[in-house]
Write a protein that binds this ligand. Structure first.
Ligand code: ATP
Ligand code: ATP
Ligand code: MG
Ligand code: MG
Length: 287
């Protein structure tokens, strides 16, 4: 390293290491996607190509970062979850968030033409994302975080589906539809859809109702209740993992296929049948 009298400036950099042994969630969100979706004429309320593109970029992020155990996406946002045992970048906040954001954005832009072959990207409407890291102290709260996002997906989608049906099929103006939906509960919206338009919300596509979950696929296991919080082991125990054990785990994670599902992640079943997500221990690779 070259010594210079300017080197002292390095000491201005502040540490930003995230608390050890906690779940790290990096949530990214598209910047100004309302405008961007107008410009590229996304289908309202749900443009399938745009969602598939988000998911394709998320799969690439999962492949590049074996420390990630699960991701969840809806609309222009994606949450990526690092396991408590993650030691990537010594758990430095800035490094983790910027790596996720830039890796995701790079793949999103690279794959754009695959999903929008006749609509090339054009400045100033270039997709970009912001990102933040939040830590959660145990798997119960991590699951509540995931549930929060999936409930948000449901509430927004029911609203948007009803709103756009009233506009597109009912010929209402945006303001009239908005006015009528003010103060309505889920039941009211279901009824508007069914009685006026013959639409049963339950029959809408799962990807719109449930969002998208991405994870590594191992053989599904018989549901057994997750008794002790396997993620809450002492960090001392974790450090006992030898280098070779860690390498083996990493290898298995890389071998596993990253899949995209549109399923309930609020109930226990999803997590009980895929214990590797919470435990961090890879399961059996499908034959
Ligand atoms: P900000 O920069 O604050 O995030 P934003 O315009 O991106 O602003 P969001 O609250 O993130 O606002 O909302 C994203 C918007 O992008 C949605 O409201 C919707 O209009 C649009 N959008 C995102 N994905 C899709 C999609 N798959 N189909 C149709 N519209 C979409
Ligand atoms: P910013 O990006 O400026 O920090 P934000 O955190 O509200 O604002 P998002 O990350 O896009 O922006 O928000 C994620 C979700 O949080 C959105 O669905 C929004 O509806 C919801 N939200 C925002 N504020 C609150 C709040 N105080 N309590 C609960 N949910 C909130
Ligand atoms: Mg956005
Ligand atoms: Mg958003």
């Amino acid at each position: 390293m070259a010594n210079s009298r300017f080197e002292y400036v390095k000491s201005f950099e502040q540490p930003d290491v995230l608390l050890p042994n906690t779940w790290i969630v990096v949530r990214i969100d598209g910047r100004g996607f309302h405008k961007l979706s107008d410009h590229y004429a996304f289908v309202k309320p749900n443009d399938r190509r745009a969602l598939d593109l988000m998911n394709a970029a998320a799969v690439e992020v999962m492949k590049e970062l074996p420390d990630l155990c699960i991701g969840y996406g809806v609309s222009d946002e994606f949450s990526f979850v690092f396991h408590p045992s993650c030691q990537l970048f010594e758990r430095r906040n800035g490094k983790l968030v910027t790596t996720i954001v830039s890796t995701f954005t790079a793949h999103y832009i690279f794959k754009w033409s695959e999903f929008f072959p006749s609509t090339p990207l054009q400045p100033p409407y270039l997709p970009s994302f912001d990102g933040r890291a939040v830590i959660y102290p145990n798997s119960r709260i991590l699951r509540d975080y995931m549930s929060w996002r999936q409930v948000d997906c449901h509430i927004n989608n029911l609203y948007n589906t009803t709103f756009w049906t009233m506009v597109q099929q009912g010929g209402m103006s945006n303001t009239d539809a908005e006015q009528e939906l003010k103060g309505t509960v889920s039941g009211d919206k279901n009824e508007i859809l069914f009685k006026r338009f013959g639409i049963n919300y339950n029959n809408e596509e799962e990807i719109y109702k449930k969002g998208s979950v991405v994870y590594r696929k191992f053989e599904l296991e018989e549901p057994t209740p997750i008794q002790t919080s396997v993620d809450e082991v002492s960090p001392l125990t974790e450090q006992k993992q030898s280098r070779s054990q860690q390498d083996k785990i990493k290898k298995l994670r890389r071998k596993a296929q990253v899949v995209v599902d549109h399923v309930d992640i609020i109930k226990d079943e999803f997590w009980e049948r895929r214990p590797w997500i919470i435990s961090g221990n890879p399961g059996r690779l499908p034959a």
